[in-house]
Design a protein around this ligand. Structure first.
Ligand SMILES: NC(=O)c1ccc[n+]([C@@H]2O[C@H](COP(=O)([O-])OP(=O)(O)OC[C@H]3O[C@@H](n4cnc5c(N)ncnc54)[C@H](OP(=O)(O)O)[C@@H]3O)[C@@H](O)[C@H]2O)c1
Length: 207
């Protein structure tokens, strides 16, 4: 798949996916056999992006080992196995893009499980960038983005939380999936970028 820089990177991504008729494949990132089978099925690839997440939100007193385990399994251990099984299939010039998150850098009580998971993603990114070179490995660290990730707050809770974040955020708004898609394209196509966590968070940790 060839990617060029152009306005509307997210729509470009969508267009490329539809034009190339990329088949949909399913994988359980907590299951090595599932990952290995996916790698065998798809064969050579240019880029691998892992957005999977099962976040462990909540105060320490409420954290359950199973939630924490699942959080690490989807964002740290799973992507490590994804790297293991996909590295031999990544074409020259290709890359791996992982997902961290703002709470690795902004320490908000109630996000301990999310924060330590994302911190581990940042270190994993650096380690993989060295071990898998010349395959490039980067991470995107989103701030608060309007996706289904916040549905558990309910409509009112989500609206109030977004308003609160936008009010205290240098960017003055929450993020959109397009903001993140653009960053993923940047990470894929900038061939001098590796081992980096790219923060797309509206400057939230600064305040
Ligand atoms: N949205 C934000 O504000 C925000 C902020 C900081 C960081 N991030 C990070 O950005 C990334 C994308 O976030 P998002 O908002 O798109 O999250 P999301 O809406 O919660 O989506 C998470 C995805 O992970 C998939 N998933 C869960 N367990 C899986 C498994 N075992 N195997 C494969 N896939 C699995 C889910 O699939 P199913 O739907 O099939 O369960 C879902 O599609 C995540 O890593 C997230 O932690 C997001």
């Amino acid at each position: 798949m060839q990617l060029s820089s152009a306005p509307g990177v997210a729509s470009q991504l969508r267009r490329l996916v539809f034009e190339t008729h990329a088949p949909i494949q399913f994988v359980d990132i907590t299951d090595d056999a599932s990952i290995a089978a996916l790698a065998d099925r798809v064969g050579p690839v240019d880029h691998v992006v892992s957005t999977a997440s099962a976040r462990a939100r909540g105060m320490l007193a409420d954290l359950q080992r199973e939630n924490l385990r699942l959080s690490f399994d989807t964002k740290v251990i799973g992507p490590t196995m994804l790297a293991k099984y996909f590295a031999p299939h990544i074409n020259p010039g290709g890359s791996l893009v992982l997902f961290s998150g703002v709470h690795a850098f902004k320490l908000n009580v109630g996000y301990l499980g999310v924060g330590i998971t994302n911190g581990a993603v940042d270190f994993l990114t650096r380690w993989l960038a060295v071990e898998l070179a010349p395959i490039r490995v980067n991470a995107i660290s989103p701030g608060v983005i309007d996706t289904g990730a916040w549905d558990a707050l309910g409509d009112d809770g989500k609206r109030d939380y977004f308003k609160h974040i936008a009010a205290g955020n240098p960017a003055g708004r929450i993020g959109t999936p397009d903001d993140i898609a653009g960053a993923v394209l940047f990470a894929m196509t900038n061939t001098f970028l590796t081992g980096m966590t790219v923060k797309i968070d509206g400057g939230e940790p600064l305040t």
